[in-house]
Design a protein around this ligand. Structure first.
Ligand code: OAD
Length: 253
């Protein structure tokens, strides 16, 4: 593994258009549950169909907004881990070299932004932004739990607030998709970190990057749907592997 990390670090030092796709695994070491981990993933404990769909919200807005506010508060109490911090530092270093790193995250916990990453596209939205069901206007709730569920909208008397996250069956934010298209177009190095690569369109982007000649890397303690497709599969936790990749990059500069 040391040789593979060394090789990836060297590639990072040479890369000028890096795309990173992250999933819940990046936040696992910040004690935020992933979705599909068999024992303690969110989908093992909760029913996605009853909580993460527009239909669920229409049927039972109180339960859905209470669950999302519980997740939001959990994320506020979590801290970015060394994997988030290493990705933010790699972005800065690539910027110093005249390149750019675009981070396409499926996570809604906001930890990449809190870690200092700047070029972040939140593909599935954010738990820290809620919007009015009537006007679509967004607000950023404070550090306390909402007082009532569903929370009333501050923008329309007969409106409610819903989390600005992508539910199953909903479209991804246009701006995030545009950022992904632009970044993938010129990508010379693609990293998939902490995702099972089961949810599209992000699950298919490794093929797009590879077809455009990018070197592809995966960081995950387990095999995933794309492990057989990547050039380098770094088997380990992102909080442990990414700092080593950063060190290897700095040693190659
Ligand atoms: P999953 O729960 O599907 O996958 C988490 C991945 O993280 C798995 O491959 C784990 O092996 C890996 N993992 C666990 N601990 C890790 C660690 N310390 N370091 C690195 N990797 C680790 O979560 P996602 O792939 O993010 O969508 O799921 C994608 C989407 O499916 C989510 O955004 C969500 C979910 O339904 C929506 O809600 C729309």
């Amino acid at each position: 593994m040391d040789d593979a990390i060394q090789a990836v670090g060297e590639r990072l030092a040479q890369a000028r258009h890096v795309v990173v796709v992250t999933g819940a695994g990046v936040s696992a070491e910040s004690h935020i549950p992933t979705f599909r981990d068999t024992m303690h993933g969110l989908w093992a404990e909760f029913d996605a169909e009853k909580l993460a769909t527009p239909e669920a919200f229409a049927t039972d807005p109180e339960t859905v907004t209470r669950w999302y506010d519980w997740r939001r508060l959990g994320c506020l109490h979590a801290e970015p881990n060394p994997g988030h911090l290493a990705l933010a530092e790699i972005e800065r270093r690539i910027g110093d070299l005249g390149g750019k790193l675009t981070l396409l995250t499926q996570n809604v916990d906001g930890l990449h932004l809190r870690a200092g990453s700047r070029r972040v596209a939140e593909l599935h939205g954010s738990l820290h932004r809620w919007r009015c069901t009537k006007t679509g206007k967004e607000t950023r709730p404070g550090p306390e739990a909402f007082e009532t569920y569903p929370p009333p909208s501050p923008f329309a008397e007969d409106g409610m607030l819903r989390p600005s996250v992508v539910w199953f069956g909903e479209m991804l934010p246009e701006q995030a998709l545009r950022a992904a298209d632009e970044a993938l177009w010129s990508c010379d190095l693609f990293l998939s970190v902490g995702t099972s690569s089961l949810v599209h369109p992000s699950a298919g982007w490794v093929h797009l990057a590879s077809a455009r000649g990018a070197v592809t890397v995966e960081v995950n303690p387990e095999e995933t749907a794309i492990t057989g497709e990547v050039d380098w599969a770094l088997r380990g936790k992102s909080g442990e592997v990414m700092p080593r990749v950063l060190d290897a990059m700095l040693a190659s500069l």
